[in-house]
Design a protein around this ligand. Structure first.
Ligand SMILES: Nc1ncnc2c1ncn2[C@@H]1O[C@H](COP(=O)(O)OP(=O)(O)OP(=O)(O)O)[C@@H](O)[C@H]1O
Length: 261
């Protein structure tokens, strides 16, 4: 597998703790995500993986700790700041506009990039028209890249699950993110769909150079895709390293790999 050619740290999480009432979802967790890598976050159910993604993109505000993204340190991210700053996210359950076409859903991902106001956009006039043409061009490129040309006009609700996930990936890519967060991108997929999604994740990383952090339960997929893996258990980080290092770690075997999913 291609290894990222830089050791520059894109995002650093330092000593983050997060509690929901009495439940300690994250306990003093530190991890970094290097520019250009595919970083997996794994662990048994309830380990704190989704909470960590939510802290990274500002959905949850940690009780303690700090986050440094692109060199700026803060106690918490604001969702708006995270998305403007280049963090995009897909969800465990597909979160698309189901009545809208694949094309329009991906176009919606461009909203953040739009400079002209809504009125201009509605009038489709002058600079707004030029801008829309540019956005359409980028969206068409993504459609091409994800090989979803034949279904571009189909309402998302009518698409098979695997393709819905691919459209969701397309919408995230439309934001041209520096950091792409994928929450169980293969959940509910059959083998063929998993193979396709794995290929697209690798291609996104390779072609666009996008840094990716993903949560995934399928161990074979995780070990194949990731450059580095961090393991959480009961909100605590128990291992961090290459897939080979993590696979051999006795704590991980006890906590996670021995448990059937
Ligand atoms: N919004 C919330 N309110 C209360 N408790 C929560 C909330 N979100 C998560 N938790 C609790 O925090 C802990 C960690 O949950 P989290 O969803 O981060 O784990 P996970 O590793 O993503 O699990 P899974 O693999 O099952 O998705 C769990 O005990 C969960 O019940």
């Amino acid at each position: 597998m291609r290894m990222p050619d830089t050791s520059e740290i894109l995002l650093q999480v330092e000593g983050v703790s997060l509690a929901f009432g009495g439940v300690k979802a994250l306990r003093n967790v530190s991890l970094d995500i290097r520019k250009g890598e595919i970083r997996a976050i794994i662990g048994p159910n309830g380990a704190g993986k989704t909470s960590m993604l939510n802290v990274i993109n500002g959905f949850y505000h940690p009780n303690r700790g700090a986050i440094t993204f692109k060199g700026r340190t803060r106690a918490q991210m604001q969702p708006f700041e995270a998305s403007r700053g280049g963090i995009a996210r897909t969800f465990q359950n597909v979160a698309l506009f189901k009545g809208m076409s694949a094309l329009d859903n991906i176009m919606a991902g461009r909203t953040l990039k739009m400079r002209r106001g809504l009125l201009w956009q509605m009038l489709r006039y002058g600079p707004a028209l030029a801008e829309e043409i540019e956005h359409r061009h980028r969206v068409e490129e993504i459609i091409d890249f994800l090989e979803i040309e034949p279904i571009r006009k189909v309402p998302v609700a009518r698409l098979p699950y695997g393709l819905q996930k691919r459209v969701e990936l397309g919408r995230a890519l439309a934001m041209e993110p520096d950091l792409l967060l994928l929450d169980e991108p293969m959940a509910g997929m059959n083998l063929e769909e998993k193979k396709d999604m794995s290929r697209f994740i690798l291609d996104v990383n390779d072609y666009y150079g996008t840094t990716i952090a993903l949560i995934e339960h399928d161990m074979a997929v995780v070990m194949d895709l990731s450059h580095r893996v961090v393991v959480l258990d009961h909100g605590v980080k128990i291992a961090d390293g290459t897939p080979d290092e993590v696979k051999k770690n006795q704590g991980v075997i006890d906590a996670y790999l021995g448990i059937a999913h």
